[in-house]
Ligand binder design. Structure first.
Ligand code: PGA
Ligand code: ZN
Length: 394
């Protein structure tokens, strides 16, 4: 039974304020904090100022006193009722997701089981493949690539541990390749290298780093974050001096996938263009490439159902703060899976040391987890999956 919900402002990885929630129950304690996006989707649940989210979240938390923390659906329904909007714009999706995840954490504590076990039950038994961001630009770094993220996935790794060390080796390998080319690079918001090179060269660099540094089969992926490239006035995607209309964008992405044998391409088209998403997905039907919707679906069941009906994409990015509750994230995973779509649990560019998505990934059984490669707020999640994997082996 929930006794008390407390919220506070804490720092995120960009130095911005975010919300942390503590949930105290008769027999347990839970804590979680909210992440924050930079290239946010237009249809996401709404983040409000951390200060206001703390105030309104604590008010909403009073309505939870007396609720069974293990009854996640009831908790999340109360949060929705207390908010009263359909996008959490009153109490803030940041307050909601922190409280929702902290409640799950407190229930696991009271039950004496790990969080992934509480959420996934006895049959939660597999670990995801980590998608690691190794080169990036877009909204995450100035004067770097147009495509937001160049990712790697060690598809040949036998364990999660082997996979994350492979990603880390490729991340270091990228730096070596850049050094050899005389290219300097700082890091973007997610810890990926942010060199001032064009997208084709970035793909070359990552492929070379994989050849040099990966001991197991490792394939490349992209998060195009195409809504950020789209210019309404031009009616086209803008890459520096080059523009591509929708048809050209579909052709371009198809050629990138085929030439690079890509395993993954996220948001290759803008967030409203279900139709072009469907066309690209159809064009790639003979490949094993995951065409993933992030801003397209925003972890929203209705948008996923709409996409499924049209054949748009074949996988769904799951970001709990896009929907505001653990239940919402679960429903999104279930809707995707029932339709035969793969699921990818994901961090945001603004993160904290909170590792809840590691447990959500294993608990819900998502095939992949996208949570960076290096940097404390990224390794917090990766290291937690390593711990979970070791636990499951015992
Ligand atoms: P964001 O970016 O967290 O800044 O929205 C991550 C992504 O687009 O996947
Ligand atoms: Zn994305």
């Amino acid at each position: 039974e929930i006794d008390e919900v407390t919220l506070r402002r804490v720092l995120d990885s960009r130095g911005n304020a975010t919300v942390e929630a503590d949930v105290r129950t008769t027999e347990g304690f839970g804590r979680a904090s909210a992440p924050s996006g930079a290239s946010t989707g237009e249809y996401e649940a709404v983040e409000i100022s951390a200060k206001r989210a703390v105030e309104r979240g604590e008010e909403a938390g009073e309505a939870l006193v007396g609720t069974d923390a293990a009854n996640q659906r009831a908790v999340d329904e109360t949060l929705r009722d207390e908010d009263g909007t359909d996008d959490f714009s009153r109490i803030g999706a940041n307050a909601a997701v922190a409280i929702s995840m902290a409640t799950a954490d407190s229930a696991a504590d009271a039950l004496g089981v790990r969080l992934h076990r509480h959420l996934g039950g006895a049959f939660a038994s597999s670990t995801p493949t980590p998608l690691g961001n190794v080169v990036g630009g877009g909204e995450h770094a100035d004067d770097a690539t147009d495509i937001q993220e160049f990712l790697v996935a060690p598809t040949g790794a036998e364990t999660f541990e082997e996979a994350v060390f492979t990603n880390a080796a490729v991340h270091a390998g990228v730096k070596d390749v850049l050094d050899d080319r005389g290219v300097t690079a700082g890091k973007g918001d997610e810890g990926a290298w942010a060199p001032s090179i064009d997208d084709p060269e970035a793909l070359e660099v990552v492929a070379e780093a994989v050849d040099r540094a990966a001991d197991v089969e490792t394939r490349i992926g992209l998060d195009v974050a195409a809504s950020e490239l789209w210019d309404d006035d031009a009616g086209a995607y803008v890459y520096g001096d080059t523009t591509r209309d929708t048809e050209e964008q579909v052709d371009y992405v198809e050629s990138l996938v085929r030439e690079g044998d890509l395993i993954y391409v996220e948001d290759p088209l803008r967030e409203d263009d279900f139709e072009a998403f469907a066309r690209l997905t159809e064009r790639l039907a003979d490949t094993d490439t995951l065409v993933c919707g992030d801003d397209l679906f925003v972890t929203n069941v209705e948008r996923i159902e709409h996409g499924v009906a049209q054949g748009a994409a074949n996988s769904v990015l799951i970001k709990p703060n896009q929907v505001g509750t653990v239940t919402g994230a679960y429903e999104a995973v279930k809707t995707a899976r029932d339709a035969g779509y793969e699921t990818v649990m994901s961090h945001r560019s603004g993160e904290t040391e909170d590792a809840t998505i590691a447990s959500l990934s294993v608990g819900f059984g998502t095939g992949l987890i996208k949570t960076g490669t290096v940097g404390g707020e990224r390794t917090a999640k990766l290291n937690e999956v390593i711990r979970i994997q070791r636990d499951m082996e015992r």
